[in-house]
Design a binder for this molecule. Structure first.
Ligand SMILES: Nc1ncnc2c1ncn2[C@@H]1O[C@H](COP(=O)(O)OP(=O)(O)OP(=O)(O)O)[C@@H](O)[C@H]1O
Ligand SMILES: [Mg+2]
Length: 444
């Protein structure tokens, strides 16, 4: 395979923490750094990060105890040489300065910016990815596959979700209220009886009847007048015979009385006719209606209120249902966009993925993957995060059995990586042994 990534060809340290004078020329592929506990193996690995990564990746006291100056050097196969110098200040602090020269030994301006652009030093350590919390792992992977904005719809989704929950709560509240109202009662009239109209009608009929009574009395009185006057006429006739002298006068009276009688007869007849026309009317029917009107009206009012409430609740329910449906559609759309983005994303290794919780491997949470699987994918992620540099720093190399060591070797080849592995060993796999702060060749 054609090598494309930049390799470290030399790593040096002078008075850096435990390392007094250290030089390592790593292999093109895997380099095992051996030594006892506390010998300075991790420090040797960290030289890469602190030299290339800058202050943020340097320990607080990088200079060896008792010294005032320390230096670390990384030489790359693209001709760049990176020198980081550490100096003690009078107040006891430490300053650091980086210098990068190219193949012609010319210093490069803004060296740290150039190093930052060249490599993502913070991601050299595969274990670092495995030991991240799941949210950070997920974010790292998202960034890596260009899905930084994957969760941008989450806030909107959360709002929609809350709104739908509110709408569904309203549906649950209204539905039992509506069903408690039952069906409309078709037997109950909803028109109210007008009490005023009934009272008016009663009053009218009473007035009518009073008039009829007056007329009846008038008719009676007219009749008795006729009787009285008839008697007078009789008497007058007798008196005419007896009182011939008064005949003339009495005749006049007679004529007058006759005329009066005629008028009175007409009056009597008219009164009788009127009285006949004024037949008494039935009030009991209206009274009966009045007796039941209030009860009937109460029922009508109740039914009307119930219908109105039913109508209102039905409208409210319909509105909340359509709101809930709309939110469900929007949420589904957001979820679909996300699912599609994840499905289309190009993962650095087959089987890698993520869900809402974190990163998954073969659809299982990453921390449930085997150590070998975790090693495989963490190396693949390191490779993806650092497309330019080949260096990968593996601190827990002593945990790698023969198979895992072989896996690392193969992956280094496949992914064009240059792993530096720390092991508590002086065995045959080791390229260099650190002892007493110095590098020494391993014994055969
Ligand atoms: N500024 C310093 N000056 C001198 N010694 C230091 C300084 N800082 C740390 N150390 C020493 O370095 C040692 C740790 O080095 P390091 O972690 O590199 O060892 P290691 O070989 O990786 O050990 P292990 O096998 O346990 O991982 C400790 O003994 C620590 O006291
Ligand atoms: Mg160590």
């Amino acid at each position: 395979m054609k090598k494309k990534r930049v390799r470290i060809v030399r790593l040096e340290a002078e008075n850096i923490m435990k390392l007094r004078a250290f030089v390592l020329e790593p292999n093109d592929g895997v380099t095992y750094i051996g030594g006892k506990n506390g010998a300075g193996k991790s420090t040797a690995l960290n030289l890469v990060a602190m030299t290339l990564g800058g202050k943020a990746l340097c320990p607080s006291e990088p200079i060896s105890k008792g010294k005032t100056h320390g230096e670390s050097i990384v030489v790359l196969d693209n001709g760049l040489e990176v020198h980081r110098n550490f100096n003690k200040t009078r107040s006891g602090g430490t300053t650091s300065a980086v210098k990068v020269t190219n193949g012609e030994n010319t210093a490069i301006t803004s060296p740290q910016a150039m190093l930052n652009a060249m490599c993502n030093v913070a991601s050299f350590d595969p274990a670092a990815f495995i030991h991240m919390d799941s949210a950070k792992q997920r974010n790292t992977l998202k960034k890596l596959i260009g899905l930084d904005n994957l969760d941008s719809g989450d806030a909107e989704r959360e709002v929609l979700y809350q709104e739908r929950t509110t709408a569904n709560r309203e549906i649950k509240r209204i539905e039992p209220q509506l069903s408690a109202l039952g069906r409309e009662n078709q037997g109950v009239p909803v028109e109210e009886i007008s009490i005023k109209a009934l009272v008016d009608e009663l009053e009218k009929r009473r007035e009518h009847n009073e008039l009829e009574t007056i007329l009846r009395h008038a008719t009676g009185s007219c009749r008795s007048n006729v009787e009285e006057t008839s008697k007078v006429v009789g008497m007058r006739n007798l008196e005419i015979d007896a009182l011939k002298n008064q005949l003339k006068k009495k005749t006049q009276f007679l004529e007058q009385d006759k005329a009066l009688l005629a008028t009175q007869k007409i009056c009597a007849k008219q009164a009788e006719e009127k009285q006949i026309a004024f037949q008494p009317q039935d009030v009991s029917e209206i009274k009966a209606q009045l007796d039941t009107a209030e009860e009937q009206n109460a029922k009508a009012r109740e039914e009307n209120a119930s219908r109105k409430e039913r109508k209102r609740l039905s409208a409210e329910l319909k509105s909340f249902r359509s709101e809930s449906d709309a939110k469900t559609k929007q949420i589904r759309m957001i979820d679909e966009v996300k699912t599609e983005a994840i499905a289309n994303a190009k993962m650095p290794i087959d089987g890698l993925g993520f869900d809402e919780e974190g990163v998954t491997f073969n659809d299982m949470p990453l921390d449930q993957a085997s150590s070998a699987e975790q090693l495989r994918l963490s190396m693949a992620i390191c490779a993806a995060l650092n497309p330019t540099l080949g260096a990968v720093l593996i601190h827990d190399g002593s945990r790698l059995d023969k198979d895992s060591q072989e896996l690392v070797r193969k992956m280094a080849e496949e992914l064009d990586l240059q792993p530096l592995i720390e092991v508590v060993s002086e065995g045959p796999e080791v390229s260099i042994v650190i002892e007493d702060g110095m590098a020494k060749e391993p014994q055969e």
